[in-house]
Design a binder for this molecule. Structure first.
Ligand SMILES: Nc1nc2c(ncn2[C@@H]2O[C@H](COP(=O)(O)OP(=O)(O)OP(=O)(O)O)[C@@H](O)[C@H]2O)c(=O)[nH]1
Ligand SMILES: [Mg+2]
Length: 228
Protein backbone atom coordinates (compact mmCIF):
# COMPACT_ATOMS: atom_id res chain seq x y z
CA UNK A 1 0.00 0.00 0.00
CA UNK A 2 1.20 3.51 -0.79
CA UNK A 3 1.19 6.27 1.77
CA UNK A 4 1.55 9.54 -0.02
CA UNK A 5 0.78 12.90 1.47
CA UNK A 6 0.18 16.26 -0.19
CA UNK A 7 3.84 16.81 -0.99
CA UNK A 8 4.05 13.58 -2.98
CA UNK A 9 7.49 13.32 -4.60
CA UNK A 10 8.06 13.45 -8.31
CA UNK A 11 9.67 10.41 -9.85
CA UNK A 12 12.44 10.33 -12.37
CA UNK A 13 11.92 7.20 -14.34
CA UNK A 14 13.85 6.15 -17.37
CA UNK A 15 11.98 4.13 -19.95
CA UNK A 16 13.71 0.76 -20.32
CA UNK A 17 11.97 -0.15 -23.55
CA UNK A 18 9.48 1.18 -26.06
CA UNK A 19 7.17 -1.77 -25.47
CA UNK A 20 4.05 -0.52 -23.66
CA UNK A 21 3.91 -3.58 -21.40
CA UNK A 22 7.43 -2.97 -20.05
CA UNK A 23 7.50 -1.01 -16.83
CA UNK A 24 9.62 2.09 -16.48
CA UNK A 25 12.91 1.49 -14.70
CA UNK A 26 14.25 3.28 -11.70
CA UNK A 27 17.75 4.70 -12.09
CA UNK A 28 19.60 3.02 -9.22
CA UNK A 29 22.81 4.85 -10.05
CA UNK A 30 21.31 7.85 -8.29
CA UNK A 31 21.42 6.04 -4.93
CA UNK A 32 22.91 8.12 -2.12
CA UNK A 33 23.68 7.13 1.44
CA UNK A 34 21.20 8.74 3.83
CA UNK A 35 21.50 7.41 7.38
CA UNK A 36 22.49 4.43 9.53
CA UNK A 37 19.81 3.72 12.08
CA UNK A 38 20.46 1.64 15.19
CA UNK A 39 16.73 1.02 15.60
CA UNK A 40 13.37 1.85 14.05
CA UNK A 41 13.19 5.15 15.93
CA UNK A 42 16.07 6.63 13.93
CA UNK A 43 14.84 5.42 10.52
CA UNK A 44 13.78 7.99 7.88
CA UNK A 45 10.12 8.95 7.65
CA UNK A 46 8.01 5.88 6.92
CA UNK A 47 6.46 7.05 3.64
CA UNK A 48 6.98 6.07 0.01
CA UNK A 49 8.57 2.70 -0.73
CA UNK A 50 11.67 0.76 0.20
CA UNK A 51 13.16 -2.67 -0.41
CA UNK A 52 15.53 -4.22 2.14
CA UNK A 53 18.49 -6.53 1.51
CA UNK A 54 18.53 -9.24 4.17
CA UNK A 55 20.56 -12.40 4.59
CA UNK A 56 23.26 -14.18 6.42
CA UNK A 57 26.37 -12.29 7.41
CA UNK A 58 28.99 -12.29 4.63
CA UNK A 59 26.46 -13.53 2.04
CA UNK A 60 27.19 -10.50 -0.15
CA UNK A 61 24.32 -8.08 0.62
CA UNK A 62 26.34 -4.86 0.61
CA UNK A 63 28.23 -5.95 -2.52
CA UNK A 64 24.95 -6.74 -4.31
CA UNK A 65 23.61 -3.33 -3.37
CA UNK A 66 26.72 -1.66 -4.80
CA UNK A 67 26.38 -3.68 -8.00
CA UNK A 68 22.72 -2.72 -8.28
CA UNK A 69 23.65 0.96 -7.97
CA UNK A 70 26.79 0.60 -10.09
CA UNK A 71 28.81 2.28 -7.35
CA UNK A 72 31.83 0.64 -5.74
CA UNK A 73 31.74 2.29 -2.36
CA UNK A 74 28.10 3.01 -1.64
CA UNK A 75 27.60 0.31 0.98
CA UNK A 76 30.61 -0.87 2.99
CA UNK A 77 31.69 -4.42 2.25
CA UNK A 78 34.17 -6.58 4.10
CA UNK A 79 35.81 -9.96 4.33
CA UNK A 80 35.00 -9.86 8.04
CA UNK A 81 31.45 -11.03 8.70
CA UNK A 82 29.32 -8.55 10.60
CA UNK A 83 30.52 -5.46 8.74
CA UNK A 84 27.02 -4.01 8.50
CA UNK A 85 25.72 -3.51 12.02
CA UNK A 86 23.12 -0.83 11.52
CA UNK A 87 20.07 -0.39 9.29
CA UNK A 88 21.60 1.57 6.41
CA UNK A 89 19.39 3.66 4.17
CA UNK A 90 20.14 4.72 0.59
CA UNK A 91 17.80 7.09 -1.17
CA UNK A 92 17.40 6.69 -4.92
CA UNK A 93 14.92 9.49 -5.39
CA UNK A 94 12.53 11.19 -2.98
CA UNK A 95 10.41 8.55 -1.26
CA UNK A 96 12.28 5.60 -2.84
CA UNK A 97 14.92 3.80 -0.77
CA UNK A 98 17.00 0.66 -0.59
CA UNK A 99 18.06 -0.65 2.80
CA UNK A 100 21.12 -2.68 3.76
CA UNK A 101 20.29 -4.76 6.82
CA UNK A 102 22.79 -6.23 9.26
CA UNK A 103 23.54 -9.88 8.48
CA UNK A 104 22.15 -12.57 10.69
CA UNK A 105 24.10 -15.46 12.12
CA UNK A 106 27.20 -13.48 12.97
CA UNK A 107 28.67 -15.46 15.84
CA UNK A 108 31.51 -13.26 17.08
CA UNK A 109 29.51 -10.72 19.04
CA UNK A 110 28.34 -10.90 22.64
CA UNK A 111 24.96 -12.57 23.14
CA UNK A 112 23.44 -9.37 24.50
CA UNK A 113 24.35 -7.46 21.32
CA UNK A 114 22.95 -10.26 19.14
CA UNK A 115 19.66 -10.13 20.99
CA UNK A 116 19.58 -6.35 20.57
CA UNK A 117 20.11 -6.65 16.78
CA UNK A 118 17.45 -9.31 16.50
CA UNK A 119 15.01 -7.12 18.38
CA UNK A 120 15.77 -4.12 16.15
CA UNK A 121 15.60 -6.18 12.96
CA UNK A 122 12.28 -7.80 13.89
CA UNK A 123 10.87 -4.45 14.84
CA UNK A 124 11.93 -2.98 11.51
CA UNK A 125 10.49 -5.89 9.52
CA UNK A 126 7.24 -5.95 11.40
CA UNK A 127 6.50 -2.24 11.71
CA UNK A 128 7.92 -0.59 8.61
CA UNK A 129 4.93 0.36 6.45
CA UNK A 130 7.00 1.51 3.45
CA UNK A 131 8.78 -1.87 3.21
CA UNK A 132 7.47 -3.39 -0.04
CA UNK A 133 9.68 -6.43 -0.46
CA UNK A 134 12.80 -8.24 0.72
CA UNK A 135 15.83 -9.21 -1.31
CA UNK A 136 17.03 -12.31 0.50
CA UNK A 137 20.71 -12.71 -0.33
CA UNK A 138 22.31 -16.16 -0.10
CA UNK A 139 25.72 -17.44 -1.12
CA UNK A 140 24.83 -19.81 -3.99
CA UNK A 141 27.11 -22.40 -2.37
CA UNK A 142 25.22 -22.28 0.96
CA UNK A 143 21.55 -21.58 0.25
CA UNK A 144 18.55 -21.87 2.56
CA UNK A 145 20.02 -21.70 6.04
CA UNK A 146 17.67 -22.01 8.98
CA UNK A 147 17.47 -18.21 9.16
CA UNK A 148 16.76 -17.95 5.43
CA UNK A 149 13.88 -20.36 5.87
CA UNK A 150 12.59 -18.38 8.83
CA UNK A 151 12.64 -15.22 6.73
CA UNK A 152 10.64 -17.00 4.01
CA UNK A 153 8.12 -18.30 6.55
CA UNK A 154 7.72 -14.80 7.93
CA UNK A 155 7.29 -13.35 4.43
CA UNK A 156 4.56 -15.86 3.64
CA UNK A 157 2.89 -15.06 6.94
CA UNK A 158 2.74 -11.33 6.31
CA UNK A 159 2.32 -11.52 2.51
CA UNK A 160 5.67 -9.88 1.76
CA UNK A 161 7.28 -10.52 -1.66
CA UNK A 162 10.75 -12.11 -1.51
CA UNK A 163 13.41 -12.04 -4.21
CA UNK A 164 16.07 -14.65 -3.49
CA UNK A 165 19.44 -13.56 -4.82
CA UNK A 166 21.82 -16.52 -5.16
CA UNK A 167 25.01 -14.54 -5.24
CA UNK A 168 28.71 -15.35 -5.75
CA UNK A 169 27.60 -17.41 -8.77
CA UNK A 170 31.10 -16.81 -10.20
CA UNK A 171 32.27 -19.35 -7.61
CA UNK A 172 30.36 -22.15 -9.35
CA UNK A 173 30.16 -23.45 -12.90
CA UNK A 174 26.92 -22.70 -14.72
CA UNK A 175 25.51 -26.24 -14.28
CA UNK A 176 25.71 -26.41 -10.48
CA UNK A 177 24.53 -22.77 -10.16
CA UNK A 178 21.43 -23.55 -12.26
CA UNK A 179 20.82 -26.74 -10.27
CA UNK A 180 20.80 -24.69 -7.06
CA UNK A 181 18.43 -22.17 -8.65
CA UNK A 182 15.96 -24.96 -9.48
CA UNK A 183 16.35 -26.59 -6.08
CA UNK A 184 15.63 -23.32 -4.25
CA UNK A 185 12.62 -22.57 -6.47
CA UNK A 186 11.25 -26.04 -5.80
CA UNK A 187 11.83 -25.99 -2.05
CA UNK A 188 10.27 -22.56 -1.66
CA UNK A 189 7.42 -23.14 -4.13
CA UNK A 190 4.88 -22.80 -1.31
CA UNK A 191 5.54 -19.04 -1.40
CA UNK A 192 3.74 -18.96 -4.75
CA UNK A 193 3.67 -15.56 -6.45
CA UNK A 194 5.48 -13.95 -3.51
CA UNK A 195 8.72 -15.64 -4.64
CA UNK A 196 11.22 -14.85 -7.37
CA UNK A 197 14.72 -16.35 -7.55
CA UNK A 198 17.82 -15.53 -9.58
CA UNK A 199 21.54 -16.21 -9.68
CA UNK A 200 23.83 -13.20 -9.33
CA UNK A 201 27.47 -12.22 -9.19
CA UNK A 202 28.72 -8.91 -7.83
CA UNK A 203 32.17 -9.81 -9.11
CA UNK A 204 31.06 -10.41 -12.71
CA UNK A 205 27.97 -8.16 -12.54
CA UNK A 206 25.85 -11.08 -13.78
CA UNK A 207 22.12 -10.69 -13.12
CA UNK A 208 22.21 -6.93 -12.51
CA UNK A 209 19.46 -6.09 -15.01
CA UNK A 210 17.14 -8.80 -13.64
CA UNK A 211 17.61 -7.37 -10.14
CA UNK A 212 17.06 -3.79 -11.33
CA UNK A 213 13.86 -4.78 -13.14
CA UNK A 214 12.48 -6.67 -10.15
CA UNK A 215 13.16 -3.80 -7.76
CA UNK A 216 11.74 -1.26 -10.21
CA UNK A 217 8.43 -3.15 -10.16
CA UNK A 218 8.20 -2.88 -6.40
CA UNK A 219 9.54 0.61 -5.92
CA UNK A 220 7.62 2.46 -8.58
CA UNK A 221 4.52 4.35 -7.62
CA UNK A 222 1.42 3.08 -9.45
CA UNK A 223 1.14 4.62 -12.93
CA UNK A 224 -1.94 6.77 -13.49
CA UNK A 225 -2.34 5.74 -17.11
CA UNK A 226 -0.46 3.80 -19.73
CA UNK A 227 -0.73 6.21 -22.66
CA UNK A 228 2.41 7.71 -24.08
N1 LIG B 1 33.54 -13.91 -5.66
C1 LIG B 1 32.60 -13.12 -5.17
N2 LIG B 1 32.77 -12.55 -3.95
C2 LIG B 1 31.77 -11.77 -3.46
C3 LIG B 1 30.57 -11.54 -4.20
N3 LIG B 1 29.78 -10.75 -3.45
C4 LIG B 1 30.45 -10.49 -2.30
N4 LIG B 1 31.64 -11.10 -2.29
C5 LIG B 1 32.66 -11.05 -1.21
O1 LIG B 1 32.09 -11.58 -0.02
C6 LIG B 1 32.52 -10.84 1.14
C7 LIG B 1 31.31 -10.32 1.91
O2 LIG B 1 30.60 -9.39 1.11
P1 LIG B 1 29.65 -8.25 1.74
O3 LIG B 1 28.94 -7.65 0.59
O4 LIG B 1 30.41 -7.37 2.65
O5 LIG B 1 28.66 -9.18 2.59
P2 LIG B 1 27.44 -8.74 3.54
O6 LIG B 1 26.37 -9.74 3.32
O7 LIG B 1 27.09 -7.32 3.33
O8 LIG B 1 28.08 -8.98 4.99
P3 LIG B 1 27.64 -8.33 6.42
O9 LIG B 1 27.60 -6.85 6.25
O10 LIG B 1 28.71 -8.84 7.31
O11 LIG B 1 26.32 -8.92 6.76
C8 LIG B 1 33.43 -9.75 0.60
O12 LIG B 1 34.78 -10.19 0.72
C9 LIG B 1 33.02 -9.62 -0.86
O13 LIG B 1 34.06 -9.14 -1.68
C10 LIG B 1 30.43 -12.15 -5.49
O14 LIG B 1 29.42 -12.02 -6.22
N5 LIG B 1 31.49 -12.92 -5.91
MG1 LIG C 1 27.07 -5.73 4.64
Amino acid sequence: MWHYNQSAPTYNLTQSSKHPMDSAKINFQRAKYTISAPSIKQCPEDTGAEVAFAGRSNAGKSSALNTLAQQNKLARTSKTPGRTQLINFFEIQPGVRIVDLPGYGFAKVPERMKREWQKNMSEYLEKRKSLKAIVLVMDVRHPLSEFDRMMCDWALDVDMPVHILLTKSDKLKRGPAQATLHKVKKEMAHLGDLLTVQTFSSLKKDGTVILQNQLSKWLQPPQESEEA
